[in-house]
Design a protein around this ligand. Sequence first.
Ligand code: NDP
Length: 257
Amino acid sequence: MSSAAFDLTGRVALVTGSSRSIGRTLAEGLADAGATVVLNGVDPDRLEGTRRELADRFGEERIAARAFDVTDEPAVTAAVAWVEKEIGPLRILVNNAGIQHRVPMLDLALADWRRVLETNVTSAFIVGRAAARVMVPRGRGKIVNIGSVQADLARPTIAPYTTAKGGLRNLTRAMTAEWASSGLQTNSLAPGYIHTAMTQNLVDDAAFNDWILGRAPAGRWGRPEDLVGPVVWLASDASDYVNGQTIFVDGGMTVVV
Ligand code: NDP
């Protein structure tokens, strides 16, 4: 197989939560592989700043942005309709938007439990369904759900996050069960501990930082750039017979005790 199988030229990709951190790097990686990218976030100013920076690099016609909340069903429906009308047929969706909330379960409020579940897993259903509604009739499309090592592992203080990411792993399988026969490939990319805004407080915690360096066989935190090769693969023709899988990109953390 030549590298042409990884070429995304002319394909429209929506990356949720791409105004910063991992989502932004994934969006840049997809654009680098040729895709026309639609960025997303909730803060319109941050989103516009990122759009401008990426447009400077890849060209105005290759980078679009749409602010919406991934948990807001009418906003998601309108956003996908806008992409189809203004940008082009949606070919790639990366469900990346997510939040963390670290509180021991005994003290965890129901509203916070619901907020984390809504943002990390219900959103993937809402945006994934909207995307599949335009992809299925065309008989092609790629959906990449951004999971976590917490799809498989638990840790104290992050119960709703662990529950959501485990659910996302099975949602990936459910999407495969229903949409693979229509030519869609749905997979999950599950990062290990990546140094971003979400994990800055953990990097700053000397004990936790030491634990990561010892616990990950790779001996370091992951970088958003470590996820680019795998996401381009899962978004491209090179993964056309890869269905429903969760690919851990974690420096080996989930295979070693
Ligand atoms: P950040 O907190 O750094 O960035 C989150 C992004 O998601 C921002 O662009 C934010 O937009 C957006 N976002 C948050 N809520 C919503 C919403 N309701 N609707 C639309 N956009 C939203 O997160 P990371 O980059 O660290 O994480 C990205 C993904 O990777 C998440 O799914 C996370 O669970 C996963 N992950 C992260 C790991 C890590 O170590 N960092 C490890 C494993 C998985 P805005 O800028 O407008 O707030």
